[in-house]
Write a protein that binds this ligand. Structure first.
Ligand SMILES: NC(=O)c1ccc[n+]([C@@H]2O[C@H](COP(=O)([O-])OP(=O)(O)OC[C@H]3O[C@@H](n4cnc5c(N)ncnc54)[C@H](OP(=O)(O)O)[C@@H]3O)[C@@H](O)[C@H]2O)c1
Length: 310
């Protein structure tokens, strides 16, 4: 299939390019003009001027036999306006380009479990983007709602925990052990998208794709600590006061890479249910411990080193 990928310079987009190309598709990465594109992503790129995304997709569709667009561009943090622009408005542009192209191409959109609710400004912008797709004329679309995604090349979420455990002797644990997350390995998300492109699932479907079970944040940090062979002290911090402080400092923090959205929307909820994706999209998420071992290769202890046997 001829597949265009938006957000190809990002963490998930980069993995997707490699995975879909590896599966035999002809992949082109759509990249904003003048933005850096990592050498490690082995696919042709098509640069577009920010105000010409719709025309670029439409041109592709009209002349190159476009089969699918995987829309993986988007923003997770920032001001409400910035999130609306990068998530809702950009999705509107992608959909318009596809509709104008006349190609009978399908659209796969990376939304988020945050669109399920309760809605912060990130979740609201993702939900609005979903509604743009659901009310389009496209014949085939799939909306995937991933939970927290991690894996090699990640620079946010789990990667921040890894960096903290590497660098700090004392690691704060937000929520004092009560916070739970449902980490999803990036390769498992790519596998689902491969199945969708192969025709799995409903013609117009929304699927939650979450890690296999909830993990307590403190246990995730312990696993990372074990993986890195560290003995950091874990410092439990209560969730509510931190959320209040982050909300108050939001105008300042929104301009930094601090994960404002993730912290203020942390709450206790039942595990996300990915049963429909398991059943219809052959979704087989791996345990965090296994995914982590692929993200952080085991640190060789001296006795296990290459020289040890000699
Ligand atoms: N990572 C997660 O845990 C997670 C979980 C659930 C859902 N998602 C969703 O998955 C998608 C990809 O996430 P990611 O972790 O790969 O993010 P990422 O590493 O930050 O990559 C985001 C990509 O989107 C592009 N982008 C951002 N704002 C844009 C804009 N205004 N116009 C055009 N392109 C823009 C970026 O391009 P530049 O490099 O040019 O800035 C980059 O290629 C996002 O939509 C996110 O909401 C992620």
């Amino acid at each position: 299939m001829n597949v265009l990928i938006t957000g190809a310079s990002g963490f998930i987009g980069g993995h997707l390019c490699a995975a879909l190309q590896g599966a035999g598709h002809r992949v082109v990465a759509l990249v904003r003009r003048g933005r850096p594109f990592p050498d490690r992503v082995p696919v042709p790129i098509c640069e577009y001027a920010p105000d010409a995304l719709s025309e670029t997709i439409s041109r592709f569709g009209a002349k190159d036999g476009l089969d699918a667009v995987v829309h993986a561009a988007g923003k997770i943090n920032g001001s409400a306006d910035g999130l609306r622009e990068a998530n809702e408005a950009m999705t509107r542009t992608v959909v318009a380009g596809l509709e104008q192209s006349g190609a009978d191409a399908s659209l796969v959109y990376l939304s988020s479990v945050s669109a399920i609710g309760p809605l912060g400004s990130y979740g609201a912008s993702k939900r609005a983007a979903e509604q743009v797709i659901a009310s389009s004329n496209l014949r085939r679309w799939t909306i995937l709602r991933p939970s927290l995604v991690y894996g090699p090349g990640d620079t946010k979420n789990v990667a921040r925990l890894v960096e903290a455990v590497r660098a700090w002797p004392i690691v704060p644990v937000i929520g004092a052990g009560g916070v739970r997350l449902q980490p999803l390995y990036v390769g498992d998300l790519c596998d689902v998208i491969r199945h969708v492109l192969d025709g799995a699932g409903e013609a117009r479907g929304i699927y939650t794709v979450a890690g296999p079970r909830q993990e307590r944040l403190v246990d995730m940090i312990r696993l990372i600590r074990q993986r890195l062979g560290r003995r950091n002290v874990l410092l439990p911090l209560p969730l509510r006061p931190i959320q209040v402080a982050v909300r108050l400092a939001r105008p300042l923090l929104s301009r930094t890479s601090f994960p404002v959205q993730q912290v203020v929307t942390l709450h206790d909820h039942p595990a996300w249910d990915a049963a429909r994706a398991v059943e219809q999209l052959s979704f087989r998420p791996r345990r965090f411990e296994e995914g982590l071992s692929m993200m952080i290769p085991q640190v060789a202890r001296p006795a296990e080193g290459i020289g040890a046997a000699a």
